[in-house]
Design a protein around this ligand. Structure first.
Ligand SMILES: [Zn+2]
Length: 255
């Protein structure tokens, strides 16, 4: 049976921009010591939280691989918190329900990846998926989780219910990339419609989980068994391959 268009999504917008010049500044500005050397060597064990134990199996894919080591994904720093903000404008939820909706899904992703997230509060910032990204030294823009219409965010046109992605910068000599910010933008019209058709059956949560999967570095897979399949075919949660992918992108190097 075909499903309503509004229940499907296609997304996977990945903004991957290597800022080579700033990368050098970011690396060499801190005082170097044994701990810094260990971090450069990628053997720091000061991660904030361990990834989950998950059963083997399934299939997953990375949004991007390290240019000089194609086996390793571009990932976030597991020794640092991923700061995020929420702009609730356009959210179909009332008051604090927006935070509850987002924080529950973020905690799921945090649990499997072992990446720690820190909620910085509400913001009036709007998503700018086409903007040229220039990081500010010493302060990365928090991840922005927001709602928008396709008039504002053309990437939400047609039956796309959400977009998610992250931006990487080169942080070490030799081309090592790390995600430093990113975003998830959910289609406010689609969320309204899905809510009116399905209620709180987990469809909207599944969209957010899927987009958070992109945020932490997962790409689409061909298998409809996984939540990272490009289209929503009724999955309501991560499956085995998704979980293994989340663990993999959670095992990035510490800064
Ligand atoms: Zn997607």
């Amino acid at each position: 049976m075909s499903r309503p268009l509004s229940e499907r999504w296609r997304s996977g917008l990945a903004l991957l921009i290597s800022i080579v010049v700033l990368g050098g500044i970011i690396l060499f500005a801190p005082a170097e010591g044994p701990a810094a050397l260990r971090r450069v060597l990628g053997i720091s064990d000061d991660r904030l939280r361990d990834p989950a134990d998950v059963p083997a199996g399934g299939t997953y894919a990375f949004l991007a691989h390290q240019p000089l080591n194609s086996d390793e994904p571009v990932a976030w720093d597991p020794c640092d918190e991923i700061h995020y903000e929420i702009n609730p404008d356009g959210s179909p939820f009332d008051d604090d329900e927006t935070e509850e909706f987002v924080e529950e899904a973020v905690e799921v992703v945090s649990h499997y990846t072992g990446l720690e997230f820190a909620y910085d509060g509400r913001t009036g910032r709007r998503p700018e998926w086409d903007r040229q990204f220039v990081p500010t030294i010493g302060r990365n823009e928090p991840v922005l989780i927001s709602w928008a219409t396709e008039d504002e965010v053309p990437q939400l046109e047609d039956d796309v219910a959400g977009v998610g992605g992250a931006i990487a910068v080169e942080v070490e000599p030799g081309g090592w990339l790390r995600y430093v910010t990113g975003g998830v933008t959910l289609d406010s019209d689609a969320f309204e419609e899905i809510g009116s058709v399905f209620g709180d059956g987990g469809e909207r949560r599944a969209i957010l989980l899927h987009e958070l999967g992109h945020l932490v570095g997962l790409d689409h897979v061909d298998s409809a068994d996984e939540l990272m399949f490009a289209d929503n075919v009724g999955k309501r949660d991560f499956d085995t391959g998704d979980l293994n992918g989340l663990v993999a992108v959670g095992n990035g190097r510490c800064a």
